[in-house]
Design a protein. Structure first.
Length: 221
């Protein structure tokens, strides 16, 4: 901000310098004493033109200074807030809603942990912003394992019917689920069924708690 203020000061100085330079360059006293009226008019016009340009530059610099104080700061804060919101969604610490899809998967021995992992990866590749499986939020460190008649989602067992909610572009994600060799084909080949529903509004209310910081760990710059 100080740079802008100095810019205004410099322009003001230039106004004075410009005026002096035009006159002194031709020996002001002698020139003014002997100059013809047309020459004086031309000099006045030139000075007025310089004044107009410098006034415009002052206004431009003042506007830039105002943007630094208001607009630019507000935009930076808004961008920081949006980034923080995105990180909260990614970390799963906040509920989220928006358009998306719902998958309902049923069938004995038709869906396993590896299939669930592939489904999550395909959804993420298709732009899913948030995913929930039977009420459990999926985040970056979520893991899956086969359990007896169930699938363990980060240690919590879930059973069929498996309901997966995903927020993102409904058409894009639904298409990704139906691609040849994708999850719909996989479940169908294992005598199961997949119902994919595109929705205008999906609510994912489940969240995860961030681990408490270790008091024995010191963070340094």
């Amino acid at each position: 901000m100080k740079y802008r203020q100095w810019g205004v000061v410099i322009v003001c100085i230039l106004i004075g310098i410009g005026t002096v330079a035009v006159v002194r360059g031709q020996d002001s006293e002698e020139f003014l004493a002997t100059a013809r009226e047309p020459d004086l008019i031309r000099l006045l016009d030139d000075l007025q033109s310089r004044q107009t340009r410098l006034d415009g530059e002052i206004l431009r610099l003042q506007a830039a200074e105002q943007n630094l104080r208001t607009g630019t700061t507000a935009e930076a804060l808004q961008q920081a807030q949006e980034r923080a919101d995105d990180l909260r969604v990614l970390a799963g610490t906040t509920p989220v809603s928006g358009p998306g899809i719902r998958l309902r998967i049923e069938g004995e021995d038709a869906f396993f942990a590896s299939d669930l992992l592939n489904t999550v990866q395909e959804l993420r590749d298709a732009g899913a912003e948030a995913i929930e499986i039977n009420g459990i939020r999926v985040v970056v460190d979520t893991w899956f394992a086969d359990a007896r008649d169930a699938i363990s989602v980060s240690g919590t067992q879930v059973t069929q019917p498996f309901e997966i909610l995903a927020i993102g572009g409904p058409a894009t994600m639904a298409t990704a689920m139906r691609i040849p060799g994708g999850i719909a084909d996989t479940v169908s080949a294992q005598d199961g069924s997949v119902v994919i529903t595109e929705l205008d509004e999906v609510e994912i209310l489940s969240t995860v708690n961030l681990p408490e910081p270790d008091p024995n760990v010191t963070v340094t710059d």
